[in-house]
Design a protein around this ligand. Structure first.
Ligand code: SF4
Length: 266
């Protein structure tokens, strides 16, 4: 039976597309971004890690926990159905995120089909790193793509994410040709993605697409620091403070002056 591996369901999400949404986090991602906020989503299989219960700074209990839960299509649809009233009232729907949802294409396609049958709005939040063949399978079933663009220079992209951006840019171009609704998500990472050279190349990229003109700026935050420790991963941004929205206003104004619609935070 077809199953998908999910590591979290976030209800009442308001930053992952229009309205109130259920965000479904798929386990597994082909990238390893230095700043990943969901490091528990990178490894494709179930992981067993310790979970500490604390009172203040004192550990009062410690137990092992499995990260990654297997769902059949019916089981996930049941979870989605619980929130349909909220979707209807708010113009919301379901967002498939991760990790990288297109790493589980059969399961994603099957769930998207069921959502389409139920007339539920769907968004796919993607790194864009997938084959064109997989992208084609889900494009017609998806209402909105939240498409991450991080670094335009390929060598910088490889250094920060572990993969080339060539296929990502090809896929974005293809989505544009299909006239799909796409919001570019741009993580603003101090010292990495926020250089003027990268911003200028981001503007040049959007110039190539008449129908892709909305950029969501995602400010760096370090809320994942505890997760890195739990999963035994190195946190490159240990000492980096989170950014606030005001710090992004100059960049927002710069991009808006380039005739782009710019939102902050999703
Ligand atoms: S693409 Fe997203 S989920 Fe994957 S490593 Fe990068 S930030 Fe994390």
């Amino acid at each position: 039976m077809l199953k998908g591996l999910i590591f979290d369901l976030k209800r009442f999400a308001v930053h992952d597309g229009p309205g109130i949404r259920l965000t479904v986090f798929f386990k597994g991602c082909p990238l390893k971004c230095l700043w990943c906020h969901n490091p528990e989503g990178i490894q494709a299989g179930v992981q067993v890690v310790s979970k500490e219960n604390r009172i203040g700074s004192r550990v009062v209990a410690c137990r092992m926990e499995e990260v990654g839960l297997s769902y059949t299509v019916d089981q996930l649809i049941k979870e989605i159905e619980k929130d349909v009233l909220f979707f209807d009232d708010s113009g919301g729907g379901v967002t498939f995120s991760g990790g990288e949802p297109m790493m589980q294409p059969d399961f994603l396609e099957a769930v998207l089909k069921r959502c389409r049958e139920m007339e539920i709005h769907t968004a796919v939040d993607t790194s864009g790193f997938t084959t064109l063949e997989t992208l084609k399978r889900i494009t017609g079933l998806t209402d909105l793509f939240l498409f991450d663009i991080k670094l335009i220079d390929n060598e910088d992209h490889k250094f920060c994410t572990g993969v080339s951006n060539k296929q990502i840019l090809t896929n974005l171009k293809w989505l544009s040709k299909q006239n799909k609704q796409v919001i570019i998500r741009f993580p603003v990472i101090p010292g990495f993605t926020d250089s003027q050279a990268n911003i200028n190349r981001l503007k040049q990229l959007t110039d190539r697409f008449e129908n892709i003109n909305h950029i969501a700026l995602l400010p760096f935050h370090n809320i994942a620091a505890g997760k890195y420790e739990r999963f035994g991963m190195k946190n490159t941004f240990d000492d980096e403070p989170s950014m606030n929205q005001e710090q992004l206003l100059p960049l927002k104004a710069d991009l808006e002056a380039h005739n782009l619609k710019v939102t902050i935070g999703g």
